[in-house]
Design a protein around this ligand. Structure first.
Ligand SMILES: Cc1cc2nc3c(=O)[nH]c(=O)nc-3n(C[C@H](O)[C@H](O)[C@H](O)COP(=O)(O)O)c2cc1C
Length: 179
């Protein structure tokens, strides 16, 4: 085994980053917003529960807290420019749908829009907000899910920190008890 070096604790997240990076859309009083999000995790199969950490410095935090609705949109590598753009600008001052050329589409169960260009869209409602004050952690319930059936092996983005991303590639089959 080669010698290992100490890793600064501030970089631990870069190892466990689950990805994929998503675009979280919200809407308040008819005005849609979108932010980039990579700190998210599955918590339950069905109904699907997804936990995500959203800093309260983000405009999206206040909208989600107020409306309790959002859409998790899953982009692929073709949307890289929009992914970094939406993660480096704020909806307080920017209409990101217009600036980054994203197309809002009506959702069926929530007021927040789907992003048409993304290969999957998960309509969500806030399921549990008890960890907000301590961890800015929203538990979301997916109430409706959409997928583009034409995309078999979507090349999703996975954030490795500091502007580095892995792009999902090959799919392999292994024996697994997980459904
Ligand atoms: C690759 C990437 C991943 C990000 N992941 C998160 C995240 O998990 N949680 C978070 O609060 N902000 C995250 N951000 C930062 C927000 O997307 C950023 O602060 C954005 O400007 C917020 O937009 P808003 O003010 O319109 O809500 C990420 C940014 C990038 C570029």
């Amino acid at each position: 085994m080669t010698a290992k070096r100490s890793l600064p604790l501030s970089r631990v997240y870069q190892l466990l980053e689950p990805g994929p990076v998503v675009l979280l859309s919200t809407s308040l009083k008819g005005r849609a917003n979108v932010m980039t999000l990579s700190w998210l995790t599955m918590m339950e199969f069905e109904p699907p529960l997804v936990g995500c950490v959203i800093s309260d410095r983000n405009h999206s935090y206040g909208i989600l807290e107020k409306t309790r609705e959002c859409v998790i949109n899953v982009p692929t590598v073709e949307l890289s420019r929009q992914v970094v753009g939406c993660g480096n600008t704020t909806g307080r001052t920017t209409d990101k749908f217009a600036v980054f050329g994203l197309t809002p589409a009506s959702a069926s169960r929530v007021a927040a829009p789907l992003i048409a260009e993304c290969y999957a869209n998960l309509e969500c409602r806030v399921f549990d907000a008890r960890l907000l004050s301590r961890y800015s952690f929203f538990v979301l319930e997916v109430v409706k899910a959409w997928i583009d059936p034409g995309r078999k092996d979507p090349r999703t983005l996975h954030h490795r920190g500091g502007g580095s991303f892995m792009v999902a590639g090959e799919t392999i089959k292994l024996p697994s008890k997980m459904k």
